[in-house]
Design a protein around this ligand. Structure first.
Ligand SMILES: NC(=O)c1ccc[n+]([C@@H]2O[C@H](COP(=O)([O-])OP(=O)(O)OC[C@H]3O[C@@H](n4cnc5c(N)ncnc54)[C@H](O)[C@@H]3O)[C@@H](O)[C@H]2O)c1
Length: 350
């Protein structure tokens, strides 16, 4: 049985971690820590968590095996390193760190302490992305990946830490961009960056609308100064390329996540939707395989699926299996270095 502690019991802890772990046979949530004690108290009652803390040292002195970090982005490295130093395995929410230096120090620390550190790149565990990845393995060396996640009206809680550069490390790029950039990078064999290019901006009406799943009474205490859209390119030493287009609040009819991967033997593309939005009208997720020798394949999944929450279940089970010494394949700790490096360089380039 893996005893979990959770640091930060906000939206994602309630949406995914707490209800999922409550149903697992080989894991349980034993303690939670949040600077908002009232919130921790509410969660304790709702999910029958035995222990709650508003003191991090007392929380970390509990006999926990692993800690999930689900706090604002600028606290991830701090809490991750504290938890590793106290001998806990760590599953940290994206973006895991705001700089390459920070994430490298975390990975070195996990290694030194002989503990698992797993970045919560949950979309690797989606059923459609696993199928897509299998199809990409048929097209040979990848030359180019194009990733995009465009939302119709999906700014997460404007005026909270999420839309504030200092607290979140950036805006749409570091928030939803992290997910698709991770998927795109994973298909590229060379991760040595030659140069990067970023265009970004904040639309005025962005301050008015917000994601429909995030309307709440939270006080608006931060300035909305982060970018609401970002697009650009990352060029690699071997000539391959990653293009991205990320938007929290675009003038489109529905939300869409698209990935296209071009290899020497063909192209594979997917139109899907990551996250928990129901701002869509189309019926199907579509994966298309187009081989250079005329091979063709198409795979459809219903848009009304449970892939988003199932991906969290799969990721938590994967983490538990890693702790129990079972082999991993889908996601490695070091993958997070590539993503953090790309995003840090992009922000620094403007
Ligand atoms: N993978 C996904 O699909 C997904 C979705 C949403 C959020 N996230 C990530 O999860 C993390 C949390 O996001 P959220 O939407 O749940 O945020 P949230 O604001 O709803 O919750 C954050 C919680 O952390 C607490 N907190 C704030 N500062 C703290 C501190 N210094 N120490 C301890 N607790 C603190 C808050 O009181 C709150 O309960 C973020 O890193 C975000 O990027 C991931």
């Amino acid at each position: 049985m893996i005893n979990f502690g959770i640091i930060g019991c906000g939206w994602i802890a309630e949406k995914a971690y707490l209800p999922i772990i409550a149903k697992m046979d080989d894991a349980c949530v034993n303690a939670i820590f949040d600077i908002d004690y009232r919130k921790a108290h509410e969660i304790q009652h709702k999910y029958h968590v035995p222990n709650i803390f508003d003191n991090i040292d007392r929380f970390l002195s509990q006999p926990l095996d692993a800690v999930i970090i689900a706090t604002p982005n600028n606290t991830h490295t701090y809490y991750t390193n504290m938890a590793l130093n106290s001998g806990k395995h760590v599953l940290c929410e994206k973006p895991v760190a705001l700089s390459k230096n920070d994430i490298e120090s975390t990975i070195a620390l996990a290694h030194a302490k002989n503990k698992i550190f797993l970045p919560a790149f949950v979309n690797r565990f989606r059923e459609d992305i696993i199928k897509f990845s299998e199809m990409v393995s048929l097209i040979g060396e990848v030359k180019e990946a194009e990733v995009s996640w465009i939302r119709k009206s999906g700014i997460p809680r404007p005026g909270t830490w999420i839309t504030n550069k200092a607290a979140a490390g950036g805006g749409a790029l570091i928030d939803i961009g992290t997910h698709v950039i991770d998927i795109g990078l994973n298909f590229l064999s060379d991760k040595q960056i030659k140069s990067v290019k970023l265009d970004q901006g904040t639309i005025a009406q962005a301050k008015q609308n917000s994601a429909q799943w995030n309307i709440n009474n939270e006080s608006r205490q931060f300035e909305l100064d982060a970018e609401t859209w970002a697009k650009g390119e990352v060029y690699f030493i071997n000539g391959s390329e990653l293009k991205f287009n990320i938007d929290w609040s675009s003038n489109i009819n529905e939300d869409i996540t698209s990935i296209k991967v071009l290899g020497v033997n063909g192209t594979v593309s997917i139109d899907t939707l990551f996250g928990f939005s129901n701002n869509f009208t189309r019926d199907n997720i579509e994966i298309l395989y187009d081989g250079t020798n005329g091979e063709y394949d198409k795979v459809l999944y219903s848009m009304n699926n449970t892939f988003a929450i199932d991906a969290f279940k799969n990721m938590i089970s994967y983490f538990v299996n890693l702790i129990n010494g079972q082999d991993a394949g889908i996601l490695q700790p070091f993958d997070s270095v590539y993503v953090v490096d790309v995003i840090e360089r992009l922000y620094k380039s403007v």
